[in-house]
Structures are given as structure tokens and as C-alpha cells.
Design a protein around this ligand. Structure first.
Ligand code: AP5
Ligand code: ZN
Length: 212
């Protein structure tokens, strides 16, 4: 899944992974869990994430190789937030080759810049289960409490307006070239990521092979 920060990758990946019965592999979520747990990986990643820069490729690629090698990924997986540049895409080719796997589809979520700034400024994420809500677009039943698990909803460190703008620049410079990269391979499907969450899910499900 590829798209700018705030396009709804995490929101859709969680739903699609559940619909397709495959694990969601979100590099952002794995990094945040490591930052929260104070691991060595978390310490390596934290400063980059707080600035809105990409964590170095060798750290990220090794983490993804390890994750995709786990048993639950054998029957498939949904990548959310990886690859993030052409070097990572080439590393992914090698990882998949080693595992005897291949990409079925690259789903691009298309949404305008001002919309993603609004989405990210109002985003709240659950500390316990990673469920994502929005103060206006998906308000929690009880303010500050996750609708999914009752955990605490918090604002991400990198969701300050200045950092959001920086992440958008990083996306344009480093990640957007992947759209052409995968289009040339015939793997790209682009969908509009505006409208309700359910509308976007329906478009996404229509675009991905279900294996049935
Ligand atoms: P990561 O966690 O991947 O962040 P991101 O790409 O910036 O994407 P976001 O999580 O901000 O947005 P999203 O598209 O998932 O949107 P969401 O569904 O939450 O990466 C964070 C950092 O980790 C990076 O900056 C980097 O440092 C590091 N990192 C991660 N991967 C890396 C890699 N491969 N290499 C190097 N470094 C890496 O939705 C946003 C909001 O909008 C929510 O509030 C949601 O409720 C709302 N919303 C969703 N859909 C809709 C809708 N249809 N209508 C209205 N509101 C909606
Ligand atoms: Zn929760």
C-alpha cells in the first residue's frame, strides 16, 4: 500500500488485512512499538521519526526481512508503509525472492495535500491496540477512549503541523517515485482515498485479488 502520510493506509490496512485474513505489516507501527518498548531498534529509529525523516534503509530492510520470515506471513501479508523509496523496493525484491513470495498488487491511495493535513492534525491513535480514530471524522464514543478496546487515545509525536509538512515533502521526494516504479511493472492500482472509510474499503477490495 502506498500513499502520502494521512491517506488512510493504516486505517484501510487494518480492515483489509482482517477481511483477507492476512497480517498487516506496518513498519510505522513496528517502529512505534519499539520506541514505546525502549528497545535498541526503537532507540535507532526515534530521532528520525520525530523529525519526520525516514529511518535508514539498512535498519528498516532488516526489520522487514525478519517480520516477513515469520510463520504467520507465509500465506500472505499486507505491507503498509514499506517500501518507502526505490532502494527499499529493490531490497524487497530480494527479501521476497528468498521467501519464494511475490507482490500481487500495489495499491495507491490518492488524496490531496490539504485533506491529509486535516486528517493528520485530528488523528488520535490507541496506545493499546493501534486503532486509529479522528476527532471529527471518526470521533470516539467517549473522548480520549478507543472505541475498539477502551485504551487511551493519544496524538502521535510526528502529527504536529510542521512535522506533517516535512513528512509530505519526504513523501514527494522519496516515496512518490515508487508509483511509476510499480506502474512500469504492471502492479499498480490507484484508487481515490476520499469519501467515507467504507467507500475507500469497497474500492480497495474491488482492486485487490482475494485469492478466491
Ligand atoms: P508511518 O506510520 O508509516 O506514517 P505515514 O506514512 O506518515 O502514514 P500515517 O500513519 O501518518 O498515515 P496513514 O496513511 O496510515 O493514515 P491513517 O490511516 O492513520 O511512518 C511514521 C514514521 O516511521 C516515518 O515518518 C518514518 O520515520 C518511519 N518509517 C515508517 N516506515 C518506514 C520505512 N519503510 N522506511 C523508513 N522509515 C519508515 O489516517 C489518518 C487519519 O485520517 C486518521 O485519523 C483516520 O481516522 C482519518 N481517516 C482515514 N480515512 C479517512 C476517510 N476516508 N475520511 C476521513 N478521515 C479518514
Ligand atoms: Zn484500542
Amino acid at each position: 500500500m502506498v500513499g502520502p502520510p494521512g491517506a488512510g493506509k493504516g486505517t484501510q490496512a487494518q480492515i483489509l488485512a482482517s477481511e483477507l485474513s492476512i497480517p498487516q505489516v506496518s513498519t510505522g507501527d513496528i517502529f512505534r512499538a519499539n520506541v514505546g518498548g525502549g528497545t535498541e531498534l526503537g532507540q535507532q529509529a526515534k530521532a528520525y521519526m520525530d523529525r519526520g525523516d525516514l529511518v535508514p534503509d539498512e535498519v528498516t530492510n532488516a526489520m522487514v526481512a525478519d517480520r516477513l520470515g515469520q510463520d504467520d506471513a507465509r500465506a500472505g501479508f499486507l505491507l503498509d508503509g514499506f517500501p518507502r523509496n526505490v532502494a527499499q523496493a529493490r531490497a524487497l525484491d530480494g527479501i521476497l525472492e528468498d521467501l519464494g513470495q511475490r507482490l500481487d498488487v500495489v495499491l495507491e491511495l490518492v488524496v490531496e495535500t490539504e485533506e491529509v493535513v486535516t486528517r493528520l492534525s485530528g488523528r488520535r491513535s490507541c496506545r493499546s491496540c493501534n486503532h486509529v480514530q479522528h476527532v471529527i471524522f471518526d470521533p470516539p464514543r467517549t473522548p480520549g477512549v478507543c472505541d475498539n478496546c477502551g485504551g487511551e487515545l493519544v496524538q502521535r509525536e510526528d502529527d504536529q503541523e510542521e512535522t506533517i509538512r516535512h513528512r509530505l515533502r519526504v513523501y514527494e521526494e522519496q516515496t512518490a517515485p515508487l508509483v511509476d516504479f510499480y506502474r512500469e511493472r504492471g502492479l499498480l492500482v490507484s484508487i481515490q482515498a476520499t469519501g467515507s472509510v467504507a467507500d475507500v474499503t469497497a474500492r480497495a477490495l474491488a482492486a485487490v485479488p482475494t485469492g478466491e
